[in-house]
Structure formats: structure tokens, C-alpha cells
Design a protein around this ligand. Structure first.
Ligand SMILES: Cc1cc2nc3c(=O)[nH]c(=O)nc-3n(C[C@H](O)[C@H](O)[C@H](O)COP(=O)(O)OP(=O)(O)OC[C@H]3O[C@@H](n4cnc5c(N)ncnc54)[C@H](O)[C@@H]3O)c2cc1C
Length: 397
């Protein structure tokens, strides 16, 4: 690696970018690092369901970037990346700022994918970031004052759809008739069998309808049009939450300069972008060439951020970087208020104990934030401290 003349620039401070920045600073405290994100706050996405159910408060899962990074001695800039000129090593931002870089790490995550289905963008709610969370919270709060049995459709029987369905049912009980629409023949089709079985039970217990082998054709203001083996039906709806898929958030990356697969940037097993060895892509936006496709999860993003930090340190020392290997540390899903299911890490567990353990594992991973917040009388930080004593930090999530 050439000697470092400019700060290492990281764009996107989610799970991948945050892990990379904090670990690199830890390994090499004198290294200048600049982190840029379009938001002011980190959002711990796996805890968004608990914010919705008020099991935790919003500020507990959304610490401020400025606090996290200033505590670590890292420079933070709030700005929105609009263009990368890979050949010239220049970044452009929405306020017309231009920044030249020597080494760049991009990790801007995913956005919902509506698959260009008519009416989805205009008439659906999403559940991917803090803005979606606030919008949905507002709608649900408003609905509480209105009549019962509103028709709610959740499109997508993956973890987000199932976790949301159970949580909303537990919060609002008879307020909503909940329907999960899934295009394949089972829910959680990419998840562990144990978690799927627990989720099926949780849905049944809550009388949540599951429409399998069903595809959404259109969503209008008052209707959702669903097609299955019986035919195509237009059903009345009050709310549709779209969790049917995500796509990489890469609006700033021109198509001619970088190669992509499934819309994600192809990188080698050291996360370098083809033809641009000084540029790295990690987290949801990238896909590793020659490796089995990894799940699009925070667990992967954090392991990648951690590995890239170690590789940077090796490069600085003039040593060869090491190829990335993913370690599957299991998966956890919440199944309503106070319940969860965990599979992996050498065991399976469901129910209340699994819920507590999931919460403890997540709180142990929340970024270390300011002393003032830590001293707040909140279970999240008390338990984080306890949990850190009883378990070593790993990258399971
Ligand atoms: C509701 C929900 C629950 C989830 N639960 C789990 C779970 O239980 N376990 C699990 O492993 N995974 C879970 N995931 C998936 C996980 O959150 C993602 O895989 C993970 O966040 C990806 O990390 P990332 O760093 O690639 O992207 P992100 O964490 O999304 O971070 C991307 C960052 O880039 C910033 N950004 C984007 N565009 C720009 C731009 N143009 N300029 C500047 N900044 C930009 C964003 O503001 C954001 O801070 C969940 C996701 C959701 C939505």
C-alpha cells in the first residue's frame, strides 16, 4: 500500500462502515479516517420492531454518528454522495462539495425493491430506515383511534414481514386483520428450519393469515390485486407494508465504470472493486466474486467491516491482505412482544428466554456511545454492560 497521504474515506456508516471505521481506528489510532453519511443517526435495524412496539425507545437504537465518531477520534461529515468518478478518484455530494480520495470504502446499504410493480412506490409503506419507521409509527398511532379490523397486508414472508406481522398483531390485537402475502410456497424460505417452524406457530397462534404462492400485481389507493392459482383478485386494503425485497443503494455509481451482479458491485475476496484496487465495497452493496452468495444481513456486513479493517492494517504494514471467509453465527428472529426464536451458535431456543437472549446479544453490539447516554437509566445499557461481562464480542447477529 502506498503511504497514506489523505484520510481514508468511508461513505455509509451502517453496520459495515461503522464496524470498519471503529475497528480500523482501534488497530491504528493515528490513521486519519473520514466517515460520510447522509443521516445524522445510526439505526440498529434489527431493533426497529421493538421501537414500533415501544419495548425500547427510539433514541436507544439510533445513537448519533457525531457522538460515536468523535468519541473514537474519527471525523464525521453529514452529506449525501451523488457521484463517484472512479478514474479521477473524486466524490461529489449533494451540496456540490467535491472530495478527492486516495483510499475509498463504500457501504451504502440497501433500499426497498418494488420490482416496478404498479402502485407499490406510491401506495405502500416500507420498513427499511428511520423515515419508514416514523411514517409507520404515525399511521399506526392514528389508526388506534379509528375503527377495528382494518385490513393490513404485509407483502413478503421473509424475516421482516414475519417479524412485523407478529409485532403489529401483539400491539394492536383486534385493530387489524393481518395478511402476509408470499410468492413462494413457504414463509422464511431462506431461513433456518427451526426458526421457520417457530414462526409458523407464532403466526397461527395470532390468527395471522398467510397467502402462499401469491403474487402482488398492483397496489392502488384502496385495493391490492393479488394473483394465485385460483385467479386474480382485487381486495380492499387499509394499509400495505412492502417487505418483499431490497436492492443495493447505488444511485451514485455509474454503470459504465464498475461491474455488477444482481445490481451489486462485484468485488474480489479482499473487497477490492475490479480495476480500482484503492476502492473497496462492503455490506449489502457488494457481492464477492467466486464465493457462494452470502445473505444480505448485518451479520455479514459486520464481519466484512471487521475483516477489511484487519486487511488495511496488514497493507499498511506492507503485508498481504487475507481473503474473507464468512462464519455463520446463526440467526435470530423476534416473534411478537416478548418472544423470539434463535437457531445456530450450536443451539436452538424459542419463546421468552430467546427474546431476552436476542435483546442482550443486540445490545452488546450497539456502538459504544457517549457517556451521557450510557448513564441514562435504560435497560439497554445496563444489560449491555452485564452481557459484555458474560460473553465475548463476536459477530453473530
Ligand atoms: C427491519 C430490518 C431488520 C433487520 N434485521 C436483521 C437481523 O435481525 N439480523 C441481520 O443480520 N440483519 C438484519 N437486517 C439487515 C441488515 O440491517 C442489513 O443487512 C445491514 O444494515 C447492511 O449493512 P450495510 O452497512 O451494508 O448498510 P446499512 O446498515 O443500511 O448502512 C448504509 C448507510 O449508508 C448511508 N447512505 C446510503 N446512501 C448514502 C449516500 N448516497 N450518501 C451518504 N450516505 C449514504 C445510510 O444512511 C446508512 O447509514 C435487517 C434489516 C431491516 C431493514
Amino acid at each position: 500500500m502506498k503511504s497514506i497521504q489523505k484520510p481514508i474515506v468511508i461513505v455509509g456508516a451502517g453496520f459495515a462502515g461503522m464496524t470498519f471505521a471503529l475497528n480500523l481506528k482501534n488497530l491504528n489510532p493515528s490513521l486519519p479516517i473520514l466517515v460520510v453519511d447522509s443521516e445524522s443517526n445510526f439505526i440498529f435495524k434489527p431493533l426497529m420492531y421493538e421501537v414500533l412496539s415501544k419495548e425500547i425507545r427510539i433514541w436507544e437504537s439510533t445513537p448519533k454518528f457525531a457522538n460515536i465518531f468523535s468519541d473514537a477520534g474519527i471525523t464525521f461529515l453529514k452529506n449525501y454522495l451523488t457521484k463517484i468518478s472512479f478514474k479521477e478518484n473524486i466524490l461529489e455530494f449533494s451540496d456540490e462539495l467535491k472530495l478527492s480520495y486516495q483510499y475509498l470504502v463504500i457501504c451504502t446499504g440497501s433500499i426497498p425493491n418494488s420490482f416496478l410493480i404498479k402502485g407499490v412506490d406510491e401506495n405502500c409503506y416500507f420498513f427499511n430506515d428511520i423515515h419508514d419507521l416514523n411514517k409507520l409509527r404515525y399511521f399506526l398511532k392514528k389508526s388506534q383511534k379509528n375503527s377495528l379490523y382494518k385490513k393490513l397486508f404485509i407483502v413478503g414472508g421473509g424475516p421482516s414481514g414475519i417479524e412485523l406481522a407478529c409485532k403489529i398483531k401483539d400491539i394492536f390485537i383486534d385493530q387489524f386483520e393481518i395478511n402476509v402475502v408470499e410468492k413462494s410456497n413457504e414463509i422464511l424460505n431462506r431461513n433456518k428450519i427451526f426458526n421457520r417452524e417457530q414462526a409458523e406457530r407464532a403466526l397461527e397462534k395470532r390468527k395471522i393469515n398467510v397467502l402462499l404462492n401469491s403474487t402482488v400485481k398492483e397496489v392502488s389507493k384502496n385495493k391490492i390485486i393479488i394473483s394465485n392459482e385460483i385467479g386474480t383478485t382485487a381486495l380492499d386494503k387499509d394499509l400495505v407494508i412492502w417487505t418483499a425485497g431490497v436492492k443495493p443503494n447505488l444511485s451514485y455509481a455509474g454503470t459504465d465504470e464498475i461491474t455488477k451482479k444482481f445490481g451489486r458491485i462485484i468485488v474480489n475476496n479482499k473487497f477490492q472493486i475490479k480495476n480500482y484496487k484503492n476502492c473497496f465495497a462492503i455490506g449489502d452493496i457488494s457481492i464477492i466474486e467466486g464465493m457462494e452468495d452470502l445473505p444480505i444481513t448485518a451479520q455479514v456486513a459486520m464481519q466484512e467491516g471487521n475483516h477489511l479493517a484487519k486487511n488495511f492494517e496488514l497493507l499498511i504494514q506492507g503485508k498481504d491482505p487475507l481473503p474473507f471467509e464468512f462464519q455463520d453465527n446463526g440467526e435470530m428472529i423476534s416473534l411478537g412482544i416478548g418472544e423470539a426464536s434463535i437457531s445456530g451458535l450450536g443451539f436452538t431456543l424459542s419463546g421468552k428466554l430467546a427474546f431476552e437472549l436476542r435483546r442482550l446479544i443486540y445490545t452488546s453490539k450497539l456502538p459504544d456511545i457517549t457517556e451521557s447516554l450510557k448513564s441514562a437509566s435504560s435497560w439497554i445499557f445496563q444489560k449491555k454492560a452485564i452481557f459484555k461481562k458474560i460473553t465475548k464480542k463476536d459477530n453473530s447477529i
